[in-house]
Design a protein around this ligand. Structure first.
Ligand code: NI
Length: 171
């Protein structure tokens, strides 16, 4: 089922998500819905709080459009190692029509559980490393725009308020 994606400045996006203690059918259904919602958007990642569920579940698929899907579902993901620097442009389904460069680690090692409850380790770089950091941030109530410099963030806020108002007038 496609769920509604909450958008900035919805306060639900600022809340910290709780770890998943037992992987129930409900969690499996949540992961399925999240993947469906992400592909429909379309986007390369989605975290549960973006659909108003404050549980530590993320889905990611950064595979190019002309290649078969490669869905990653990570439960309770945790960055256990990070190195290098990256400064790439990011966007977010919860911050539509806005993109900005964000400082991240270039490589990360992420530990998580899969849908069977097995521990999995992802050793990733490039777009996938950025996606993991971006989605894990969501679980802690952090949006990519929170990483902007105070000046850039101020410009973003003003610009975004203006855009939201324009969209409302247009609707
Ligand atoms: Ni996002």
């Amino acid at each position: 089922m496609i769920r509604t994606i909450l958008t900035y400045p919805n306060p639900e996006l600022k809340k910290k998500s709780a770890p998943v203690t037992i992987i129930t059918d409900k969690i499996r259904e949540l992961a399925r819905d999240m993947a469906e919602t992400m592909y429909d958007a379309p986007g390369v990642g989605l975290a549960a709080p973006q659909i108003g569920v404050h549980q530590r579940v993320i889905v990611i698929d950064v595979s190019p459009k002309d290649e078969p899907p490669n869905l990653i579902v990570a439960i309770n993901p945790e960055i256990v190692h990070a190195e290098g620097d990256s400064y790439e442009e990011e966007g977010c389904l919860s911050v539509p029509r806005y993109a900005a460069n964000v400082r991240r680690h270039a490589k990360v090692v992420v530990k998580a559980l899969d849908l069977e409850g097995e521990e999995v380790t992802f050793q990733v770089d490039g777009l996938l490393a950025i996606a993991f950091q971006h989605e894990i941030d969501h679980l802690d109530g952090t949006l990519f725009v929170d990483h902007l410099s105070p000046l850039k963030k101020d410009i973003f806020r003003k610009k975004y308020r203006h855009m939201v108002e324009e969209a409302r007038v247009g609707a």
